[in-house]
Design a binder for this molecule. Structure first.
Ligand SMILES: NC(=O)c1ccc[n+]([C@@H]2O[C@H](COP(=O)([O-])OP(=O)(O)OC[C@H]3O[C@@H](n4cnc5c(N)ncnc54)[C@H](OP(=O)(O)O)[C@@H]3O)[C@@H](O)[C@H]2O)c1
Length: 291
């Protein structure tokens, strides 16, 4: 099996390249800067000539398309640029995959839903994004699905240990700040269902191995606010939980209150559910906490 991972320099892409590369041939892509030690090639997905040159017939069996702009605020203020990357770029990748006979896997988001409380969204529910990011990711799903046989995996906020040149994910940042005696401002209103990067990589590999097509939700089933999450981290590590301060998350982008995803498709596929927040917290590596 030969994989291509677009956005191989990103948070999820790096983990996909590293983990899938242990058992298969994997090429990742970067856009702005290569990453030392990773097999990455340059690619700007908004340039169809570059996409077509890389994804040719016989080049790859599977293309996992992670490249996107996922910053909610940047998406609101650069609509044209984000449409070009998240929608047009996905179209170029999808069309190249279709021509080359390459299977496409598209990483999507819970932000295709509006977050109405008390609802768990299944794969059959109609999406209703409420901010630019969600609209562009949903449009990307449509582009991917036009290839036929594509797999779209919708996931909530991801976490795990990042590399020093990357933006930290919430729990490692919170633990580092608590250890240093700094306050941790955290929203106590929005409910999230975080998934560990490694759990998602395992699920992606298994869904590909089982030739699953269409839309699949992969999410924790227990929700948490960032405030409660940071308090749990403080309590788990015997740190001062009063350093965690409630601060509403805000900005121009509308934020869904509660985007709980439920899957009608994962049961029976033997895919391990995501690690609970409590277990993931206990397993936070000391190296992420030291400085
Ligand atoms: N992180 C989350 O919590 C989360 C949650 C739900 C869904 N998702 C989805 O998961 C996917 C991966 O997210 P992530 O957190 O890994 O994102 P990320 O860390 O922000 O990485 C984005 C990747 O896209 C690449 N990229 C940016 N512009 C590009 C362009 N014009 N052409 C080609 N590549 C380009 C970046 O390359 P350079 O860095 O080299 O420029 C980087 O590798 C995204 O599709 C996102 O929507 C993420």
């Amino acid at each position: 099996m030969r994989y291509l991972v677009t956005g191989g320099s990103g948070l999820l892409g790096r983990r996909l390249v590293q983990r899938l590369g242990q058992a298969a041939e994997v090429v990742g892509t970067f856009c702005s800067a290569p990453v030392a030690g990773l097999p990455l090639v340059p690619l700007n997905v908004t340039e169809p000539s570059q996409v077509n040159a890389l994804i040719g017939p016989g080049a790859f069996d599977v293309c996992i398309h992670t490249a996107a702009n996922r910053n909610l605020e940047a998406c609101e203020s650069n609509v044209g640029r984000v449409m070009r990357l998240n929608v047009e770029g996905t179209r170029f990748v999808a069309e190249a995959c279709r021509r080359a006979g390459t299977r496409m896997v598209y990483i999507s988001t819970d932000h295709v839903f509006d977050g109405a409380p008390e609802v768990a969204y299944t794969e059959e529910d109609d999406p209703r994004p409420i901010q630019v990011y969600g609209f562009t990711k949903l449009a990307g799903e449509y582009q991917a699905q036009r290839t036929g046989g594509a797999l779209c995996i919708r996931v909530p906020v991801l976490h795990g240990v990042s590399q020093p040149d990357q933006q930290e994910t919430f729990p490692t940042q919170a633990l580092r700040r608590l250890r240093a005696g700094h306050t941790v401002p955290a929203d106590d209103h929005l409910i999230r269902y975080p998934v560990l990067l490694d759990d998602l990589v395992d699920a992606v590999a298994e869904l590909i191995a089982q030739d699953v097509e269409g839309i699949v939700h992969f999410s924790s089933d227990r929700g948490v606010t960032k405030f409660a999450w940071a308090r749990l981290i403080a309590e788990t590590f015997g740190l001062d939980s009063s350093l965690v301060r409630a601060r509403p998350e805000g900005g121009r982008a509308a934020r869904p209150r509660d985007n709980r995803l439920r899957s009608n498709r994962l049961a029976g596929l033997g895919i391990r559910p995501p690690t609970s927040i409590a277990n993931a917290t206990v397993s936070l590596p000391q190296s992420a906490a030291g400085t």
